[in-house]
Design a binder for this molecule. Structure first.
Ligand SMILES: Cc1cc2nc3c(=O)[nH]c(=O)nc-3n(C[C@H](O)[C@H](O)[C@H](O)COP(=O)(O)OP(=O)(O)OC[C@H]3O[C@@H](n4cnc5c(N)ncnc54)[C@H](O)[C@@H]3O)c2cc1C
Length: 309
């Protein structure tokens, strides 16, 4: 569809499906390729029974921990002077994405004998957002500067699924991520949250910036100043931070739940490949842009090789 017009397009060699982890399985399902129970529920004629389409949905997941820097000046970031600084010198708060430029990767040591990192810390704050001022009766109230430390579990064990909501291709599909179905990632995040608190308790952050857990934050979970395991567990469940790193819904492999073979060809269908994050069978311990580019380059090589003669 383009500009509300519908076109029918044929191909001579093959179709490359690259709609991403959410849309590629939706397009396969709408085309009659997927679990036969789902297709019959929506009266879609079955082309190929592939039980793995939409299954194995995984994503990095974590929580947000809020801290206040009590010794930082209460200077609003977005004001006339910061706008002028950016326009004239390309410097200042508007020229950066603040603390999100830094990340930390550690091993929580929750998995025995694993030497691989399983937690990524994201940091937020100092970005050119609104200054957090409110006007009431002509007065301007300013907040202290808050920052967020967000530990994310890089190897969660919970798996969700994606299925159709309707047969209208313009409707979004139904996504059930099942975050924290497996206790493992909660345990990882509790340990990681304690490490984040230790980081906030280092001399520099404490003495120079006056960093403290934000008061009265997440009070329904307990006391943020004296957090327990239960506090962190509750925060993970109430202030869940899912990343944008979904994978797995058209996984590559050789078992019965695999959707594409090791050259990204859809099982049982001639002339159809999936080349996007949906083919990643298990979550990488990283953001996804680089792995997706790698898949695209490999996919291109497979296609080139297939039509080389
Ligand atoms: C907000 C956000 C921030 C992110 N930040 C980072 C980051 O900082 N670093 C990092 O490494 N990764 C990041 N990621 C993850 C990364 O961008 C994705 O994992 C990656 O883009 C996935 O690539 P893909 O090709 O599988 O899918 P996509 O990049 O989503 O590409 C799919 C394309 O298909 C199109 N499409 C879908 N359905 C249809 C249809 N029916 N018809 C026509 N077109 C269709 C979509 O419009 C889209 O252009 C971020 C993701 C998001 C959402």
């Amino acid at each position: 569809m383009k500009n509300d017009q519908v076109f029918n397009i044929g191909v001579k060699k093959e179709v490359i499906l690259a709609g991403g982890t959410i849309n590629s399985p939706q397009i396969l399902l709408l085309s009659g390729i997927g679990p036969k129970e789902t297709l019959s529920k929506f009266n879609i004629p079955l082309i190929k029974d592939l039980p793995g389409v939409g299954k194995n949905l995984m994503n990095h997941v974590g929580l947000s921990l809020k801290f206040t820097l009590s010794k930082e000046p209460e200077v609003p970031e977005l004001n006339w002077s910061s706008a002028m600084e950016y326009i004239t010198e390309r410097r200042g708060p508007l020229s950066s994405t603040g603390l999100s430029q830094g990340v930390g990767i550690i091993n929580s040591k929750i998995t025995p004998n694993s030497s691989y990192p399983d937690v990524q810390f994201f940091f937020y704050g100092y970005n050119a957002a609104c200054p957090g001022t409110t006007r009431s009766n002509g007065n301007i109230y300013r907040r202290r500067r808050d920052i967020i430390i967000s530990p994310i579990a890089l190897q969660p064990r919970s798996q969700g699924y994606l299925t159709l909501k309707s047969t209208n291709p313009l409707d979004p599909p139904l996504m059930q991520p099942n975050y924290f179905k497996d206790e493992h990632e909660l345990n990882v995040l509790i340990r990681a949250s304690k490490i984040a608190y230790q980081l906030a308790n280092t001399t520099l952050l404490r003495e120079k910036y006056g960093i403290k857990p934000s008061k009265d934050w997440a009070s329904e979970c307990g006391n943020s100043m004296r957090p327990t395991n239960e506090f962190f567990r509750c925060v993970a469940q109430r202030y869940t931070e899912p990343e944008n790193h979904q994978v797995g819904t058209c996984k590559m492999g050789t078992d019965s739940m695999s959707v594409v073979d090791p050259e990204l060809r859809v099982y049982g269908i001639t002339g159809l490949r999936v080349v996007d994050a949906s083919v990643i069978p298990t979550l990488p311990r990283s953001n996804l842009q680089a792995p997706v580019l790698m898949i695209a380059e490999r996919g291109m090589e497979f296609i080139r090789a297939a039509y080389a003669t």
